[in-house]
Ligand binder design. Sequence first.
Ligand code: PLP
Length: 705
Amino acid sequence: MLGDITQNLWWSWQLDARELFHRIDHLLWESTRHNAVEFLRQVAPDRLAERSRDPLFLERYDQVIKRYERLTQQNGNGTWFASRYPELRNRSIAYFSAEFALHRSLPIYSGGLGVLAGDHCKEASDLGVPLIGIGLYYHDGYFDQTIGLDGWQRDSDDPVDPTVNPVVRMNGPDGDPCLVPMSISGREVQVGAWRVMVGRVPVYLLDTDLECNDKADRDLTARLYTSGAEWRLRQEWVLGVGGVRMLRALGLAPEIWHANEGHAAFSYVERLRELIERGLTLSQAQEQIRTTSVFTTHTPVPAGHDVFSFPQLEQVTGPFWNTMGITREQFMAFGQPGLKDQHFEMTVLSLRLAGRVNGVSARHREESRRIWRWLWNDKPVADIPIGYVTNGVHLGTWMARPIRDMLGETLGPDWESDAEPEAVAAAVRNLDDDRLWAVHEGLRHLLFHYVREEARHRWRDQWKDPAKLAGAGALLSPNVLTLGFARRFATYKRADLLFHDPERLRRLLTDPRRPVQIIFSGKAHPADEPGKRVLQKVFAAAQNPSFEGRIAFLEDYEMHLAQRMVAGVDVWVNVPRVPLEACGTSGMKAALNGVPQLGTLDGWWAEGFTGKNGWAIPLASGEGDPDQQDTEQLFQLLEQHVVPTFYDRLPGRHSPDWVHMMKAVLAVAVERFTTRQMLQGYVTRYYVPAAVGEAIPGDLPSQPK
Ligand SMILES: *Cc1c(COP(=O)(O)O)cnc(C)c1O
């Protein structure tokens, strides 16, 4: 029974289910890093036997089992989706993504895109939306980060072990792995699939690591975002074409197809091929794909859009156009910007084939319309048919337990599924100030405890240099205003903005009366040399004695560390160069724990900032160096607003203005920035119109000319 629970990641966002593992053996629960499958495998039988004699434990256990059975047996009855769209209950939506962040034990994601996809699936389960996820099973995972003595990031792989993960190999009727064939670089390759259950939502993860495949092909899906365009192209070919074929082989028949970013856009091409094979003309097939396909674009940064040369494409896809009954020119034209461009862009492909397109924040919609306007013959920006659904974060994954418990006291035990967002926001506004502050301090202490224990382990196992210990956070004080900055070290996110004026930073941090400290974390993409240089700079600063141990860098940023950081710091710093952050979700996670954000007015903050729930760096004037202007504004806000407000308090008490700000940001987050609002937006504005064949507003994109 407990075994069933461990085989579905549903437990990971259920407080009562998590508590069971904790109560059985909390040391083992920690040492297995909250991996339920591994926990169950290692737990001592007499420990389980002992628990089974404890009536209180049994009662809790029964409740969890009952809830789990309701989830799996009721086929979505009573959920938001089923009651709102009873006629659509048996339709399903295929959701393709190159990465899914579902739990730290399954490292098949690199950052925000994966977290968003994982949260999308969890929320779909909560709301009863009939979603099916499709991704890749990277058996070597995404790299683990270690930082050398020189501050340079080393990337190491730790293979994903399927025996300690809730993944099962999908088999066909004969008991052998269910395989679909496809041609990649002129060779026939078999693609298999693993399934991981995320509540009600199955996620199928494709892989080629099968004995029947050529040695070279077995590693096709080994690693996430390997450098080398051809390798990446092959993975995207597997995801798109293999993904559609696998769904067919498993007998699944989704009617709505959603590609989360351009990596998955070959799924549209494979579906075109299917329709043409069934006798439709190319334009009939295209019309049908357009109506039923959703495409979400995620970044205005040019490097975020895959571009392949024609020879690369031809090498990987072979003469796929022959199987579609079209010419090479017609095939290339799907992704070719203009006739003189001899390359293929995945975003252009997506925009030409999918009819329902969105960006991930209001500001990102405007940027996307500007960037892609040329595809609609430079029509006015307002007429470009790109909409938006602002990203959100999954409450059950990102709101810390003490805050959930506290809200449960006023809203009742089932508030997370039943309460309206407005009611939750009202409850937040009515929270007792002292209580909220005490809960926040508790979360801050948990973070510091974690930081010190990690530093202690590294001190024991890795390095003996006290500067490293200080850099890992051993000198942080639990009573000092703490800023958090954690995200991928892409240069546009500007982790080093404060270091543009090191002397002013030193004064800020080491002020004897009102000191400040900063916790950094994040990985640079393995191929991103400038990103690694920024990381090196921050890492060196953390060990520089002139900052007196008030800067820490925490290695190996992943979901679990993110959960602790967003709940335990006092301010979330988010300073991307405008307008390059499409949305940004880590600030929403912080907000969901009552942690205000200090940030540039980009992405979600352009929507979420109210003037009372944090601080905003005004948009740079457009003249002069924007980095310099933003640095100046950042320091001014810190020196004149953030620090004075935080320390405006009596010893042992909280600052009243600060706690009001905490409530304001928490209320905005629960009301507008959870995946509940996001998924409801996708359902009502994208999935349902696609399911009922509603006409697509706006013109067709142009052909290459
Ligand atoms: C939320 C999250 C991200 C994305 O953060 P951004 O603010 O969008 O940059 C990246 N990595 C991890 C581990 C996360 O939890």
